[in-house]
Ligand binder design. Structure first.
Ligand SMILES: [Zn+2]
Length: 147
C-alpha cells in the first residue's frame, strides 16, 4: 500500500522547513499543540510537520512510497508510536485507545492515497498538500509529433 515516509527531498523550499526524522521511516500526522493550532507556520512546527513513527521526530516533507507492508504491519507501527507518544491503553483506557488506533491507521492510509508514489507532500494542520510530483508527471515533454 501507499504510505507517507520521511524525506529530505524538497527540504528548504519553504520557510520553516525541517527534517529531524529518519529518512524513509513511516510518518503520520501527529498531534498539534495550541500554539500551532492558531498559527501552523509559527514557532513550534508541529502544525506543519509529520511525525516519524519510529524516531518520534518531525519532518515538514514526506515522500509517498509504495511499500510492501500489510495492514497488520502498519497497525504494529502505529500502536508502537501511540504508546511511545504517551497515549497507550494504560493512559487512555482500552476502548479509547482501540478507537484512536483505528482512526490513526485510517488517516495514515487515507493521506497517502491521493498521490502517485514519488510525490512529495507537506502538511498544514489537518491537511496534506502536494509539494512536488515525481518526474514524468510534469508537463508533457516536447515531442516531434507535436510539430
Ligand atoms: Zn506544537
Amino acid at each position: 500500500m501507499k504510505l507517507l515516509t520521511a524525506t529530505r527531498e524538497r527540504q528548504g523550499e519553504q520557510d520553516g522547513d525541517f527534517c529531524f526524522a529518519v529518512e524513509g521511516e513511516l510518518v503520520l500526522l501527529g498531534f498539534v499543540c495550541a500554539t500551532d493550532e492558531a498559527d501552523p507556520d509559527g514557532g513550534c512546527g508541529c502544525g506543519r510537520a509529520f511525525s516519524g513513527m519510529s524516531s518520534m521526530r518531525a519532518t515538514t516533507t514526506a515522500l509517498v512510497r509504495e511499500l510492501d507492508i500489510t495492514y497488520d504491519d502498519l497497525r504494529v507501527a502505529v500502536d508502537g508510536y501511540l504508546v511511545a507518544a504517551g497515549m497507550g491503553p494504560d493512559l487512555l483506557g482500552t476502548a479509547e485507545f482501540a478507537e484512536l488506533l483505528e482512526e490513526t491507521i485510517e488517516d495514515t492510509v487515507h493521506f497517502a492515497r491521493f498521490w502517485p508514489a514519488g510525490a512529495v507532500v507537506g502538511r498544514k494542520l489537518d491537511h496534506v498538500q502536494l509539494r512536488g510530483l515525481p518526474e514524468g508527471y510534469g508537463p508533457r515533454p516536447f515531442s516531434v509529433r507535436d510539430l
